[in-house]
Ligand binder design. Sequence first.
Ligand code: NCD
Length: 305
Amino acid sequence: MRNLIDITDLSVEEIDQLIATAEDIIADPAKYSHACAGKQLATLFFEPSTRTRLSFESAMLSLGGSVLGFSEAGSSSSAKGETVGDTVHAVSCYADIIAMRHPKEGAPYAAAQVAEVPIINAGDGGHNHPTQTLADLLTIHRDKGRLDNFTVGFCGDLKFGRTVHSLVHALSRYENIKFVFISPLELKLPRYVKEEALKKKGIPYTQTTDLESVIPQLDILYMTRVQRERFFNEEDYLRLKDSYILTPAKLTNAKADLSILHPLPRVNEIQVAVDKDPRAAYWRQVKNGKFIRMALIMKLLGINI
Ligand code: NCD
């Protein structure tokens, strides 16, 4: 049985295959509309979500399957003190596949040890978020036609931003990717991510606090929100939250074919005026998230169309 806990659970070939399936779904959705008939997806969200949960549910419904689940821990038996393992064990008696989000790093991994059905990590604390990475990769592939030979800038909260950690791991497996990490000193990419994804493989990267000075070299700019819920005190959050605000003016010297990504939700880090710029890819990213999740659900359930 396959799970998706960490993006490296999938080989590069499997990711390329998921992208190809998502492209086929986009081209001919009717072909897939009964692919998961009779199958149930459970979404267990112990943390807030809009896009991830609803895109999973929309994905399963568009495959002809059905969905069940909860969207806050308080309405589940975890409020009575049940362990994550027991909750997931119980749900795996009903559902054919489970997508779960949890504030504790490693919770989906622990769940996978007891579940009798595939587990998908829909975000674990400040650690990983592999299905957002699949949405990011599909978006880059659709915009650029490839996943190699880029200079990629990551900007914002690189310490707690789980989408960043997973995407760095994923992109580090493609040829000739240069990374530029832009963050306040307190929110730099964690050392364990640098060691595992970059240093071990000798992949080049630079770190800076200054977005504007590096914008001209970037092919992709991945903006992120400062992760308030992971801070230990409100004062630090308030001091750091507006470290970077992308405006049309700041994009004047950017490449004409830059792709601007953001996993969303945005708080203040991209002005709404940027949305009109064709280089803004984040609303396309939301749409792509559904299609790649359709491809993933089929793969983990072993369904081929
Ligand atoms: C992200 C997450 O939950 O990590 N959101 C998402 O799933 N698209 C990013 C965030 O919350 O900042």
